[in-house]
Design a protein around this ligand. Structure first.
Ligand code: UFG
Length: 327
């Protein structure tokens, strides 16, 4: 069986990637320091507890498992926090990725799938973003991810590392089986926070700004179901296994929903009232981020079949009610 090293494999997206890799016949080795991830989320293959800043440990993991490729999800991803403590984002996201990429090259593991973000594009005033759009990140999180993209390009040129970079739009939902889902600590994402407000785990959802230049004044995002997202990763992996060149793909649906629209859909799907407060804008938030690309569909044959707002909220709600990790 082909082994794939999955960093952040105990986290939200990484655990779903392990699930779909196992289903596709690979052996996913989850590598996670458990600072944000959950041991309970590692259900589909071996586990190695490791901090990516520990290069010696990474070398030992590569030697032990001899992976054919790396899927790199481990990162800090809180836009707001990145604007309070940018150094942490450069140290963990950029420093950790550098160690990992160097360890991979040293072990002659030269296929690399990287979890990047549409936050690398920054503010572009309502333009649909495609892979050739300029990258002007407006927060340290996006800047740290863009730096890793540049790193991969350099290692490609010099060491022959082949990479598939996925720039995610807003990932949401959970495995429809209800076995794994989204559980951040602390939670900062719109949909899980809203579900908390719906079932009384927090008093209300605060809407971060309703004076943006959008039809209802709230920010617009392009939401993609986590199962669709990780399915694209398996296709990206096959792309590299077929010997194709390094490539960047956006992963979004091309449809944008405002924060208020997400609130309205959630009320309908859960059949519950959503208590909301109005708050100030959150630093680092772009007005609208929507994918204007069909490259992943054309070149990878990817179809985001689960990515309706209704399915994402329904699956997130199921997990919210029955799931949640304890360790
Ligand atoms: N929002 C609120 N209230 C909240 C939380 C969020 O109004 O309590 C709003 C945000 O201001 C934003 C939208 O809901 O307009 C979505 O916010 P999230 O925090 O859920 O997601 P972000 O768009 O900030 O960021 C997420 C990931 C990043 C990724 C980015 C790409 O956290 O890793 O999507 O857009 F890069």
């Amino acid at each position: 069986m082909t082994t794939i090293l999955v960093t952040g494999g105990a986290g939200y997206i990484g655990s779903h990637a392990c699930k779909i890799l196992a289903r596709a016949g690979y052996t996913p080795v989850a590598v996670d320091d458990l600072s944000l991830g959950w041991r309970d989320a590692v259900q589909f293959g071996p586990f190695e507890q490791a901090d990516l800043l520990n290069r010696n440990l990474l070398d030992r993991i590569f030697a032990k498992h001899k992976p054919a490729a790396v899927m790199h999800f481990a990162a800090l991803s809180d836009v707001g926090e990145s604007m309070r403590d940018p150094g942490r984002y450069w140290r963990v996201n950029v420093g950790g990725s550098l160690n990992l990429i160097e360890a991979a090259v040293a072990a002659d593991c030269k296929r690399f799938v990287f979890s990047s973000t549409c936050a690398t594009y920054g503010e572009q005033d309502g333009v649909m973003l495609d892979e050739n759009s300029e990258q002007h990140p407006i927060n340290a999180y996006g800047a740290s991810k863009r730096a890793v993209e540049a790193m991969l390009e350099n290692f490609g040129t010099v060491h022959g590392l082949k990479s598939v970079i996925f720039r995610y739009f807003n990932v949401a939902g959970a495995s429809p089986d209800g076995d794994i889902g989204e559980h951040h600590r602390p939670e900062t994402h719109l949909i899980p926070l809203m579900l908390d407000a719906i079932d009384g785990k927090r008093p209300a959802l605060t809407i971060f700004g309703d004076d943006y230049d959008t039809p209802d004044g709230t920010c617009i995002r392009d939401y993609v179901h986590v199962m669709d997202l990780v399915e694209a990763h398996v296709r990206g992996l096959k792309w590299l296994q077929d010997g194709k060149d390094s490539r960047v793909f956006n992963l979004g649906t091309g449809k944008g929903f405002s924060v208020k629209q997400v609130v309205e859909y959630s009320a309908i799907v859960t059949n519950r009232h959503v208590p909301i407060n109005k708050g100030p804008r959150r630093p680092g938030d772009a007005t609208a981020l929507i994918s204007g690309s069909t490259r992943a569909e054309i070149e990878l044959g990817w179809r985001p079949v689960n990515s309706t707002l209704e399915t994402m909220i329904k699956d997130a709600w199921r997990w919210h009610q029955t799931g949640q990790y304890t360790q």
